[in-house]
Structure formats: structure tokens, C-alpha cells
Write a protein that binds this ligand. Structure first.
Ligand SMILES: Cc1ncc(COP(=O)(O)O)c(C=O)c1O
Length: 322
């Protein structure tokens, strides 16, 4: 290896696509950092095999079930998901010989349906207006009717945060000696809990764990408002130092700013998370602020947010999940 390469481990060499999950780049965003002493970093989870942070979780959920003897080849895995976990599970189940049935709101972008079908998953649609809570409800119902299905249930399965505790967080610690703030979106809470726990172990109260949460009634795909009444069982709210609310408009505007000012092509929840990360960075005088880019923008092309003028986007139907 050339001695001056900083991009360890250069992508690595793996015997299987599932082993290639993780090891994502940490990239500095100099244009968006509000102060010279504050360094803003994004962990590019879009660089996972199916293009999202959920590859880490999909792998952990299936490995956990295999280790505990909860699934056997040919069995149906059932999971409620707004898309990314389903797409990851679809790839992993296809690779390992399980069937997959996902329950997903019917108003997610068509790209998600295409990706799930592409990997051979069966899709059951829940009512879009009920968001991911509607998908969770319907999946729990289906699980009760089909006891032969195995539901990993990422909302209540510790394998989800553990994928971050043993993966994402360790990779961040390999690159940075100090982290002042870690910012991620609140979906199942897995990213925040797993990274939060590991980073607090390392830095104690010096690191602030900050959640980007959508305002109630402002759907941002992948994120959830706890005010909607469902707190995923894996979430321990005491681990969060702050929760900052974001609007749909914030999410779109900042997705565009990441593209226009840093040439980063990311999904809409990353826009919401970046907005919170920049705000936290502006409150500090020095230190590293790390945030997560959950996926890239290819699943959101049909919404037009990457190319249409921003003022036109204000009039788009906000009940569509970006
Ligand atoms: C695009 C996107 N952003 C953010 C999240 C939130 O991550 P977590 O479930 O770890 O809270 C998800 C989770 O599904 C997602 O798909």
C-alpha cells in the first residue's frame, strides 16, 4: 500500500458481498462548517452494498436470528420498514436463502418498490397516511396470523443498535481522537443508541448525542416523530443530550445545500440531519462534529428535489415521503 494513503482500509477485500458491509468513508465538509475550529464530518453510509446504513442492521438482525436458531433456510422473514431496512434484508435474505415479506407505507417513492422487487421481496402495503406506525401495526397483525414467519422487529431488537455499537462507532473511533457531538436521525433509534452508547463510553459527557426529529405531521422518509405516540422499545431517551426538530422544508433545503455546496448526493433524511449538525457546530468553538448520511439520493429522484428550483419544491405535496 502506498505509505501516504489516508483512506484506510482502501475498501478492503471480501469473500462475500455481506462481508463488504460497513467500512464506510468519513468525509470532512469544509464549506458547511460554520467555524474554522469546528470540523464537520459526515459518515457516508450510502457506500454500503445496497446504498444505506441499514445494511449494517439487516446483517445484524439475520446473524442474530441464525445464532439463536430462530430461522431456517426457506423460512419467511417479515418486517415493517419504510424502505431501507427492507432493501437490505431483501439482498441478505436472497443471498442466504430466506424469503422476505416487507410491510411498507404505500406513499414511499416508487424507487423503493423497484429495489425490493429487484431483490425478490414480497411487498405488503400499509396505509400511507399512517406512516411507519401503520406499517408496524400491520406487520404485528400479520405476524400474529402467520406464526411460521420470523419477524426480526428492528424497533425492539438489540441487534439493531448493536450493529452500530460494534460497527459504525468503532469506525468513527478509528478515525477521530475526539468527538464533541454525534448527530443522527431518529427512526428506529438504532443509529443514535448504538453510536451514542459507544461514544459515551469513550468520551463520557464531553460528547453530545443529538437527534434530528421531524416535527409532528412533517414526514421525512426514514425519520419519525415520537409525538406520534410510538416510542420504539430500543430507545433510551436518557442517552440523548438533545433532540432538535426539523421540518420537511429544512430537510429538502439542506439536502440541496449538501449537493450544491459540498457536492454530496444524499437522501432527504441526511438533509435534516445536516441541518441539525451545522446548528450544533455553530454553538461550539472547537471540536469534531460527526453526522450520518443514511443513504444517497437515488431513491428520491422521482421527487424532483435535486433539480427543481427550491421555491417550486415548497408547493410539492408534503404527504409524499421524500
Ligand atoms: C433514510 C433513513 N434515514 C434515517 C433512518 C433512521 O435510522 P435509525 O432507524 O437507526 O434511527 C432510517 C431508518 O430507517 C432511514 O431509512
Amino acid at each position: 500500500m502506498a505509505p501516504n494513503l489516508a483512506n484506510k482500509p482502501c475498501g478492503g477485500r471480501y469473500g462475500d458481498i455481506i462481508d463488504a458491509i460497513g467500512h464506510t468513508p468519513l468525509v470532512e465538509l469544509k464549506s458547511l462548517s460554520p467555524k474554522p475550529g469546528v470540523r464537520l464530518w459526515v459518515k457516508l453510509e450510502s457506500r454500503n452494498p445496497t446504498g444505506s446504513v441499514k445494511d449494517r442492521v439487516g446483517r445484524a438482525l439475520i446473524l442474530d436470528a441464525e445464532e439463536k436458531g430462530l430461522i431456517r433456510p426457506g423460512q419467511t422473514v417479515l418486517e415493517p420498514t419504510s424502505g431501507n431496512t427492507g432493501i437490505s434484508l431483501a439482498m441478505i435474505c436472497a443471498r442466504k436463502g430466506y424469503r422476505l415479506k416487507v410491510v411498507m407505507p404505500d406513499n414511499v417513492t416508487p424507487e423503493r418498490t423497484e429495489l425490493l422487487r429487484m431483490y425478490g421481496a414480497e411487498i405488503v402495503y400499509s396505509e400511507g397516511a399512517k406512516g411507519s406506525n401503520g406499517a408496524v401495526e400491520m406487520a404485528l397483525d400479520l405476524a400474529a396470523k402467520h406464526p411460521d414467519h420470523y419477524m426480526p422487529y428492528q424497533y425492539g431488537n438489540e441487534a439493531n443498535p448493536n450493529a452500530h455499537y460494534n460497527g459504525t462507532a468503532l469506525e468513527i473511533l478509528e478515525e477521530l481522537d475526539e468527538v464533541s457531538a454525534f448527530v443522527a436521525g431518529l427512526g428506529t433509534g438504532g443509529t443514535l443508541m448504538g453510536n451514542g452508547r459507544r461514544l459515551k463510553e469513550e468520551f463520557g459527557d464531553k460528547v453530545k448525542i443529538v437527534a434530528a426529529e421531524p416535527m409532528q405531521g412533517e414526514p421525512v422518509q426514514g425519520l419519525r416523530s415520537l409525538d406520534d405516540g410510538f416510542i420504539p422499545p430500543i430507545i433510551d431517551l436518557s442517552l440523548l443530550d438533545r433532540k432538535i426538530f426539523v421540518t420537511n422544508r429544512d430537510a429538502i433545503t439542506w439536502t440541496r445545500r449538501l449537493l450544491d455546496e459540498e457536492q454530496l448526493f444524499v437522501g432527504v433524511s441526511t438533509g435534516a440531519i445536516a441541518r441539525v449538525a451545522v446548528r450544533i457546530a455553530s454553538e461550539l468553538d472547537e471540536g469534531n462534529v460527526v453526522f450520518i448520511a443514511c443513504d444517497d439520493g437515488s431513491k428520491y429522484f422521482s421527487s424532483g428535489i435535486y433539480t427543481r428550483p427550491l421555491d417550486e419544491l415548497e408547493n410539492l405535496d408534503s404527504t409524499v415521503w421524500w
